[in-house]
Structures are given as structure tokens and as C-alpha cells.
Design a protein around this ligand. Structure first.
Ligand code: FAD
Length: 381
């Protein structure tokens, strides 16, 4: 067992860090409060080879491993927390599911602009009546000639305000076996954006309404019976959420650590008060423990999908740890930490969302309990 990066990984880490410090650190605070998608960051990351890190070279990717993509998220977030979302979108989210299961035609049409940083894809799973119980989704795919008619709606979809295509979970028939997915072009007739809203993080989302949207057979990603494959791919997205939770917690910790070594009160540096030293010790414990769980889940996946159990353990722990560390770091910086002069309040708000998004902590703990007792616990009444 070796807890160090390989030479190649260390070189990659250092080169991403240099790129991030040079191109992303300037303007990091403004970017965190800007609406919309940071397209200029996406394009510069594409040029740097940071989109499609884990995708096959034949598909326009870099042929790297999941741990490489995690390293990229960490190094980018350390310089610009908001830009870590671009690493997520270009490596961990629905782009990875698309690359895994798409036909050549689907890849040609959708993957290329995503990898150039010119478009973004959303995953539409959640519906007004299907949140944690996602298999209760109602959006229907009804056969119609050489394709399907899609009817239904999706809520809370990240990037929905500006995505070009939606990887939508749909129902081809009853039960879990009836669930699959289609690619819906946002310009297609019958796609409507409902009420616009925003999360506590500032990220915009809009309700997506599908009214008799015609989807040809060629735009079906996975037909009926595809749910398990989709969720296996979704575990990659969870690893990205896990990595960002920890990375934003670490960003806040690092800023507070620097502050504690320069800010004086009562004639002493903050770091000289034992009450604050113990806060830092607790933060460090959480960050290091979370890091090991994250790297275990990512490293064991290598070039495949991560294990559901290791992902659940890493995500549940790191979501909590990232939030708690950001919260304590903010406390250490006092009024300045609570102010938009610094990015700690932003990190705290973002970390809060990942405790809900991509499988809430409670739902992940349900999954962990199933591993503990080696049996399933159906949640349905
Ligand atoms: C920042 C953010 C980004 C998101 N991005 C996307 C996206 O891109 N695409 C998408 O499809 N969705 C997205 N979502 C939606 C997200 O997946 C759902 O919010 C999540 O699955 C929870 O569903 P819900 O909000 O309906 O809560 P509910 O399912 O109503 O749950 C409410 C509470 O009850 C708890 N709970 C529910 N069932 C159980 C149970 N069996 N045992 C114990 N506790 C339980 C939950 O953990 C939660 O705390 C996003 C959400 C957020 C916050």
C-alpha cells in the first residue's frame, strides 16, 4: 500500500496547479458571484486538456483515470472554487454517462462541443414528485413512429438555465425496469423552461417542461432496463460532488489558517489561542479522513465506475466534513469570513448543497446500512 501520488500524478497535479494559479486565481471572487456558466474558463480548460480527462482518446478525451480527474478538481478549486464546477461538468457529470453508453452518432453530435467547452449537458432525474425516490419518476416516453413522445417535467436540474442538451431519465414502461434515458435537445419543439429560480449557492435552475417532445430512436441513450447502468455512471458524478465538498472545505481551511497566522487580537496571533488551535486540529482530522475515503473510492475505480458502497461512504463523509470545515473556518475569520470580501461564505453555501444533491446524506447512509447488514431495506411503504 502506498499513500503517495505516482511521479506522473504529482507532475499532473503541479501542472494543473500552475495553470489554475495563473489563469483562474485572478477573478476567483468575482466568478463566484457571477450568474451564468463561466464559458471563458471552460474554453481555457478545454485547451489545457482538463475536459474529458477520463474519456477514451478515441472519443476526444485524455484516457486518464478517475483519480486524475479528482486531482484536477482539487487543484482548480484551491485557486478558484467556482471553476471546479467546470471540471465537474467536463468530467464527472452526465458527460461521463454519455461517453460510456452513447452511439457514435450521439457522440459526434453532443460530445464534441462539450469537450471544446462550448456547451454543457444536464442530467434531469428529479421531478416534483420524485426526489430521493427517483424511481417514482413519471416523465413518460411513449412510442410514436420511429421514436418517442416525451411528456413530463424536471426540477432542480443543475445548468438547466443554459444547457444545450438534457440527459433525461424517462419511463418507457412500469416499474424500475421501465426506466431508461433519452437525450433531449433544448431547442426541440415542446421543450419549455418553467419558473426560473436559484439555489442558496446562487446557481440558477429552471423547471424543465416537456410537452409532446419528439425524440427519434437515435436519441435514446438507454432504453427500458437502463436504470442500473445510469446509476452506476451517476456514481462518478457523486465522486465529483465528494471531491468538490472536500476541496471547498479545504479552500476555507487554508484561507483561515493563513489568517490565524497574521491576525492579532489581545496582543497575540489567533493561532496562539488554544481554543482556535483545537478547531484547526479538528478541521485537519476531517479533511485528512475524507481525503482517504475519496481517494479509495476514486483509485479503486481506476478507469471504470466506482463502487456504490465506497462512493456512498466517501460522499456521506466528505459532504458533512466539507460543510463543517467551511463553517469552522468562517468562524475563525469572524466578520470577514461572513463577508463577501472572502470566499468562505461561498464555500459554506456550496458545501451545504452537496449534502442534498446527488443522493442526500440520509439516502447514502441507507445504502451504507444495506452493506453493513448485507441485505436490502426497501424504503417504499
Ligand atoms: C445543489 C443541487 C443540485 C441539484 N442538481 C440536480 C441535477 O442536476 N439533476 C437532478 O435531477 N436533480 C438535481 N438536484 C436534486 C436532488 O437530486 C434532490 O434534491 C435530492 O435527490 C433530494 O430530493 P428532494 O429535494 O425531492 O427531497 P426529498 O426526497 O423530498 O427528501 C427530503 C428529506 O427527506 C430525506 N429522506 C427522503 N427519503 C428518505 C429515506 N428513505 N430515509 C431517510 N431520509 C429520507 C432526504 O434525505 C431529505 O433530507 C439537485 C439538488 C441540489 C440541492
Amino acid at each position: 500500500m502506498d499513500f503517495r501520488f505516482t511521479d506522473e500524478q504529482a507532475q499532473f497535479r503541479d501542472s494543473v496547479r500552475r495553470f489554475a494559479e495563473r489563469h483562474l486565481a485572478p477573478g476567483a471572487r468575482e466568478r463566484a458571484h457571477q450568474a451564468g456558466y463561466p464559458w471563458e474558463v471552460a474554453r481555457s480548460m478545454a485547451a489545457q486538456g482538463l475536459l474529458g480527462i477520463t474519456l477514451r482518446e478515441a472519443d476526444g478525451g485524455q484516457g486518464g483515470s478517475l483519480i486524475d480527474a479528482v486531482i484536477a478538481i482539487e487543484q482548480v478549486a484551491a485557486a478558484c472554487p467556482r471553476s471546479a464546477d467546470v471540471v465537474q461538468a467536463g468530467n464527472f457529470g452526465p458527460i461521463r454517462v454519455l461517453a460510456e453508453y452513447a452511439s457514435q452518432e450521439q457522440k459526434d453530435r453532443f460530445l464534441k462541443p462539450l469537450l471544446k467547452g462550448e456547451a454543457v449537458i444536464s442530467v434531469g432525474m428529479t421531478e416534483p414528485d420524485a426526489g430521493s425516490a427517483v424511481t417514482e419518476l413519471k416523465t413518460s416516453a411513449t412510442p410514436d413512429g420511429d421514436g418517442y413522445r416525451i411528456n413530463g417535467s424536471k426540477v432542480f436540474t443543475t445548468h438547466s438555465a443554459y444547457a444545450g442538451v438534457i440527459l433525461a431519465y424517462v419511463r418507457f414502461g412500469p416499474g424500475v425496469e421501465g426506466i431508461g434515458s433519452v437525450l433531449i435537445d433544448m431547442k426541440a419543439k415542446g421543450v419549455r423552461k418553467g419558473k426560473a429560480s436559484a439555489f442558496m449557492s446562487g446557481e440558477e435552475w429552471t423547471e424543465l417542461v416537456f410537452e409532446d417532445v419528439r425524440v427519434p430512436n437515435e436519441m435514446v441513450l438507454l432504453g427500458a432496463g437502463g436504470f442500473k447502468k445510469q446509476i452506476a455512471g451517476f456514481n462518478v458524478e457523486r465522486i465529483g460532488n465528494t471531491a468538490r465538498s472536500l476541496a471547498l472545505g479545504r479552500y476555507a481551511y487554508e484561507r483561515a489558517r493563513q489568517w490565524a497566522m497574521q491576525r492579532r487580537q489581545f496582543g497575540k496571533l489567533l493561532c496562539e489561542f488554544q481554543g482556535l488551535q483545537w478547531k484547526f486540529a479538528d478541521m485537519k482530522l476531517k479533511l485528512d479522513a475524507g481525503q482517504l475515503l475519496l481517494y479509495r473510492a476514486a483509485a479503486n475505480a481506476d478507469r471504470g465506475f466506482p463502487s456504490a458502497e465506497e462512493t456512498a461512504i466517501a460522499k456521506a463523509y466528505c459532504n458533512q466534513a466539507g460543510f463543517e470545515v467551511a463553517n469552522e473556518a468562517l468562524q475563525v475569520m469572524g466578520g470577514l469570513g461572513y463577508s463577501q470580501e472572502e470566499l468562505l461564505e461561498y464555500c459554506l453555501r456550496r458545501c451545504r448543497g452537496w449534502m442534498i444533491a446527488g443522493g442526500s446524506i440520509e439516502i447514502l447512509k441507507n445504502r451504507i446500512a444495506e452493506s453493513v447488514f448485507e441485505r436490502s431495506f426497501p424504503q417504499r411503504a
